[in-house]
Design a protein around this ligand. Structure first.
Ligand code: GFB
Length: 320
């Protein structure tokens, strides 16, 4: 059987999306609606994924057959840099609890969500899966990275030791509906969208962009990611994590100009060298996934327009 055949249909299965309120989890829930499966979710107020006993008890009661581990404490460069204990503890706890409880409850398939920032700071570009653990991490997000590397290795170890069909996906930088637009904790794309939108409303002629504007980032729309994740659930079973990217990168200064165009603001961008640049470049080699037959569909400009429309709806809803 070749790698890209449908080996694990989701139809009729009980699929737990852990982290369903987040940008990724909510996109996975939207995408799974087409698969004919039964989707399980649980609010954070009812189940704290950092509590091992609670996670095990919930899973023993709800008996999911498939788990999408999309729950995580996440944030942009500043949040990662200033809240290290939260980023390492929460993500280690969530990952170990979901994986161990899935083993104990005989889960047939688990998909763990890692992140492209787990690769070494100066990894070869585009970054192949084999670059993992080949060099020192980017210091601003090393805490998050260690937890997300542990998740990948847990999946590998449980596969080898317990025969569990647990796989890991490595998404690139993501954006889209459901993103976090809070300036202190968000990633660059929603942060700039909000800043430029507010500048337009206030008639301000300058907007501050952190760092030099020179770092390069690859962006993937979260609906493309969700589609790639379902593709992997259906068609991939293996020890190595799989990169999921769009294949195209953009400089931060250019991204700011693109968003300014979408928002309709034509002032001046001011670069704040007092803020960190982070890793200089982070482009994934997604050749493994595309060779299996998957590709993304939403280009950055169209994705930005759609995300801005979503943002405006939230804004209006919040104001009204
Ligand atoms: O998206 P971002 O916060 O995280 O920042 P990373 C990307 C680049 O955009 C950095 C610059 O060079 C920032 O300095 N930037 C410019 C801004 N203006 C802004 C702004 O207003 N807000 C923000 N947030 N950035 C994250 C990791 O790294 O990538 C996470 O810290 C995660 O752990 C995520 O892996 C995917 O791309 O540098």
């Amino acid at each position: 059987m070749s790698m890209h055949e449908l080996i694990f249909p989701l139809e009729g299965r009980r699929v737990w999306v852990a982290g369903h309120r987040g940008m990724v989890g909510s996109a996975v829930v939207r995408r799974l609606a087409r698969e004919g499966c039964e989707i399980l979710t649980v609010p954070r107020a009812e189940l704290d994924l950092r509590r091992q006993d609670d996670v095990e008890a919930w899973m023993a009661r709800m008996r999911p057959e498939v788990v999408v581990a999309a729950a995580a404490t996440v944030g942009g460069i500043l949040a990662n840099d200033t809240r290290p204990a939260e980023f390492i503890y929460d993500n280690l706890a969530i990952g170990t609890n979901l994986i161990e409880a899935s083993k104990r409850n005989g889960v047939a398939k688990l998909l763990y969500l890692s992140s492209s920032c787990v690769y070494p700071r100066l990894a070869p570009q585009p970054i192949p899966e084999s670059a993992l653990l080949g060099g020192p991490l980017e210091p601003t997000n090393q805490w998050y990275a260690i937890a997300k590397i542990a998740g990948i290795l847990l999946c590998q170890a449980y596969r080898r030791h317990n025969g569990c069909d647990f796989i890991a996906a490595m998404p690139t930088n993501l954006y889209g509906p459901g993103d976090n637009f809070d300036l202190a904790s968000s990633h660059v794309l929603p942060a700039l969208m909000r800043k430029l939108h507010e500048a337009k409303l206030a008639g301000r002629r300058t907007v501050e962009v952190w760092g030099s504007g020179r770092p390069l980032r690859e962006f993937l729309h979260v609906d493309d990611l969700a589609d790639g994740l379902v593709f992997l659930l259906n068609r991939y079973s293996g020890e190595e994590h799989v990169n999921v990217g769009s294949g195209s990168e953009v400089g931060i200064a250019e991204l700011a100009r693109l968003i300014a165009e979408v928002v309709g603001w034509d002032g001046e961008l001011v670069f704040d060298a007092g803020k960190p640049d982070g890793t200089p470049r982070k482009l994934l080699d997604s050749g493994r996934l595309t060779a299996m037959g998957w590709r993304p569909h939403i280009d950055l400009r169209a994705g930005l327009r759609q995300t801005y429309r979503w943002f405006l709806e939230q804004d209006i809803a919040a104001a009204g």
